[in-house]
Design a protein around this ligand. Structure first.
Ligand code: KG4
Ligand code: ZN
Length: 361
């Protein structure tokens, strides 16, 4: 079975071709075109502008992916597309392109929930190494922080999630408060590398709630108060004349002592988020008596996070699955792989972009 996957939920435009055989799942080709330079210019994602860019990118990305996989259109068994959640303008470009191709090439079209697709980064490679059900899934992306109990392909139970900001959103918003350039999460993590994670005591929201929900907005507020009161940074602003997001770098605004404070604060935030994610994941494993944990989503590409989770997996004796960093962030490989396992084709005219899809029932 060979599947072409298409994904355009946020600022990326991606295509991939994957093949399932007797040995497992192989990536034949994968491409991502990102408009990150444009986002950096504006300090974040501007939905209309992003969608306009994706419209230009989608066909070249698919063509390149087909060329690189060296498969003919006849050899493709189905087309998979991320149906949502995401930005509606961006989603429409991927979904309508997939519908057009499925109709023109007379192929089955498999719509995929992008959140579930993230987990399928753990079902690539040798099939003997695939996760076994039941397992706990932790999704940590820019818009979602969710825990699910996966019983089988397509059969899962929602256990809990964030009541306000997502973990990735917290990284991004705090990065913005520190005037770090887009993309915030990875840049904040870079700054945190030489910081002291014990220096600032930040609140661990819902630590003792006993349930599997999260809250990160209080953490963000606590971070903001420290930035404003202790670091005294000048905020970035949008310059209408220059049509550009202007912000002074940390180095140019802070003394070396101030810069040390910023690094310690970034490290304290990163540690706090990782601790909370570990705490609730272990709680989910214990509550449901499960031996495997799957992590997925952009935040899972954080190295400090994967190291800390690996240590705790050894200590608590559960098996941990974390995808390679490039398969944690948005990509079309996971879209195509999810379609391989969930395989629910629909008529193209029945498939619609759905920006509000979630994991909650
Ligand atoms: O899964 P993803 O690529 O897109 C969504 O579906 O949201 O996740 C993007 C999120 C962003 O919030 C980004 O800042 C965060 O993942 N992220 C990171 C790192 N790399 C990406 N957060 C912390 N550390 C990283 N190294
Ligand atoms: Zn995503």
């Amino acid at each position: 079975m060979i599947i072409l996957g298409i994904e355009s939920t946020c600022d990326e435009t991606a295509a991939a071709i994957v093949q399932e055989d007797d040995f497992g799942v192989k990536i034949l080709s994968k491409n991502i075109s990102s408009s990150a330079e444009i986002q950096a210019k504006f300090g974040g994602v501007i939905p209309d502008q992003t969608a306009r860019e994706q419209l230009k990118l989608i066909i070249p990305v698919i063509s390149k992916t087909l060329d690189e996989a060296q498969v003919t259109i006849e050899e493709i068994d189905a087309i998979a597309v991320a149906q949502g959640p995401g930005l509606i303008g961006s989603l429409l470009i991927g979904v309508e392109t997939a519908k057009a191709l499925a109709t023109a090439w007379n192929k089955p079209l498999i719509p995929v929930n992008h959140l579930i697709a993230h987990f399928y980064a753990n079902w690539i490679g040798d099939k003997d190494l695939f996760p076994k059900f039941p397992c706990i899934g932790l999704l940590i992306s820019g818009g979602h922080t969710d825990l699910i109990l996966m019983r089988d392909h397509g059969d899962y139970e929602y256990l809990g999630g964030t009541r306000d900001d997502a973990a990735g959103e917290c990284f991004d918003k705090c990065a913005r408060l520190l005037n770090l350039p887009y993309p915030g999460g990875p840049n904040l993590s870079k700054l945190a590398q030489n910081g002291d994670p014990k220096r600032f005591e930040l609140p661990k929201s819902m630590w003792y709630s006993g349930d599997l929900d999260f809250s990160f907005s209080g953490l963000k507020t606590a971070f903001k108060l420290i930035v404003e009161n202790d670091l005294k940074l000048q905020k970035g602003h949008f310059d209408k004349e220059k049509n550009l997001w202007i912000q002074e770098s940390l180095e140019s605004q802070l003394s070396s002592e101030g810069l040390k404070n910023a690094k310690d604060l970034a490290a304290s935030l990163e540690q706090n988020i990782i601790d909370t994610l570990i705490h609730k994941s272990v709680l989910a494993i214990q509550k449901h008596n499960i031996e495997q944990l799957l992590i997925a989503g952009g935040v899972a590409s954080n190295r400090n996070l994967s190291e800390k989770f690996s240590c705790i997996a050894q200590e608590k004796k559960f098996k941990l699955f974390i995808p390679a960093p490039e398969l944690c962030t948005d990509n079309a490989v996971t879209t195509a792989t999810a379609a391989l396992f969930l395989n629910k084709p629909r008529k193209p005219q029945e498939v619609e972009a759905n920006p509000n899809l979630s994991l909650k029932p």
